[in-house]
Design a protein around this ligand. Structure first.
Ligand code: G3I
Length: 375
């Protein structure tokens, strides 16, 4: 779709290689204005300004940012008495400068959390009260520092197993199931205005979704201040189906939740695991059959990816009263975690911009899908 580009957007578009005409492709953020904000997870090179090309794309195309790694516990709070806010402060300033909706990711997760968090000086596991105190202190420090500036926090990340039961993380084992309620309560104390999200992957699968529905129903019943669900959206060309996506959005809408598609990407490479997952601890040995597109993506697959993105955005638009944000997990294909997970060193193509920062056919498909909700 060609539209008139606003004067503030044009220089940035030109910087990333669009033709120098008065007409240029619409930006993602403009195309979905009034529907939901469009975000990207950004890395340290983008936050610090080192990735000039990436920054031009971010500013031209997106009106929300998520921190890919810099706000995770191990990055920001590596030792009991040591916080490093150097990159996080720049992250928030980056978003404010461009008037973006700023996301905090994440507060309580079983990954990327240092071992000391769960242990005392002698190396013994903490008891419930001591771990709750530590969790409260971390949440109050993080959320309090950016009160009124980070608009939405992923408070608890990936607390469920695939069958919908509670994951036996150290948080759950030491504190009990109510660690989730406590985390939301602490975050709300620190910033009563912030959106507070439960964020997970594979909630489109029925068993895990049922677990999430039960969890949220319980939390809401107890008056816990949870406002939204994050569907990570680490998708493939075939999963989740449009029907699964549709049913999932309807189910969370029924609970009164807003939904963020919080980490969207679409994998086109051969599956390396039997079950679709986003578990970062999975690691598979590389082989040529698992890495077929080293020299470029065939046009036929490029078109499949474009159609897939159009279908997904059709469902998001259908539920635009519920979906408040769609965030891509990275800016260009070269930035994506998918190049190193679950197999290190593959050439992956999950996003809308290629390795040269150019918009792919999938970008055009997402722009074209705007304003045309699925029936
Ligand atoms: O910090 C070190 C750096 O010092 C070192 O030079 C480099 C060498 O490889 O590794 C760096 O750490 C890596 C980090 O990303 C920053 O690049 C870790 O090894 C790597 O495991 C880490 O991966 C991140 C992963 O979460 C684990 O935190 C991915 O970038 C990030 O995209 C991914 O994001 C997660 C979401 O937070 C939660 N949902 C799933 C999603 C995808 O796994």
């Amino acid at each position: 779709m060609l539209v008139q580009v606003r004067s503030t957007v044009l220089p940035a578009l030109l910087a990333i290689g669009f033709a120098a005409t008065a007409q240029a492709p619409a930006s993602l953020k403009d195309a979905y204005q009034g529907d939901f904000v469009i975000g990207a997870a950004i890395n340290a090179a983008q936050i610090t300004g080192e990735d000039v090309r990436g920054d031009a794309i971010i500013k031209a195309q997106f009106n929300s940012i998520s921190p890919e790694n810099c706000l995770k516990w191990e990055s920001v709070h590596p030792q009991p008495d040591e916080y490093d806010f150097t990159i996080p402060d720049q992250y928030v300033a980056f978003g404010e400068k461009s008037h973006m909706f700023i996301v905090g990711h994440n507060l309580v997760w079983h990954n990327q959390v240092p071992a000391w968090v769960f242990r005392d000086d002698k190396g013994n596991l903490l008891d419930r009260d001591a771990l709750l105190a530590r969790m409260r202190d971390h949440i109050h420090t993080m959320v309090g520092r950016y009160k009124g500036r980070i608009q939405s926090w992923d408070v608890v990340n990936e607390a469920l197993n695939e069958d919908g039961t509670m994951r036996q993380s150290l948080w759950e084992k030491i504190i009990g199931d109510d660690y989730i309620a406590k985390a939301f309560q602490y975050a709300h104390e620190a910033d009563p205005q912030a959106q507070l999200t439960y964020n997970d992957y594979n909630l489109e699968n029925e068993a895990k979704r049922s677990g999430a529905i039960a969890l949220i129903t319980k939390l809401k019943g107890e008056g816990v201040p949870i406002t939204s669900v994050g569907l990570q959206g680490h998708d493939s060309l075939t999963w989740p189906t449009v029907d699964q996506m549709d049913a999932t959005l309807s189910a969370f809408a029924k609970l009164g939740m807003k939904v963020a598609i919080s980490e969207l990407d679409v994998d086109v490479l051969p599956p390396a695991t039997r079950q679709a997952t986003a578990d970062v601890t999975v690691s598979i040995q590389q082989n040529a059959a698992l890495n077929p597109y080293v020299n470029g993506l065939p046009d036929s697959v490029q078109q499949q990816l474009a159609k897939r993105y159009a279908d997904l955005f059709g469902v998001f638009l259908k539920h635009r009263d519920v979906v408040n944000r769609v965030t891509f997990w990275g800016v260009t294909d070269g930035d994506s975690w998918r190049n190193d997970w679950p197999v290190r060193g593959r050439t992956s193509y999950p996003l809308l911009f290629d390795r040269a920062g150019q918009p792919k056919p999938a970008f055009d498909a997402v722009i074209r899908a705007a304003g045309q909700p699925a029936s």
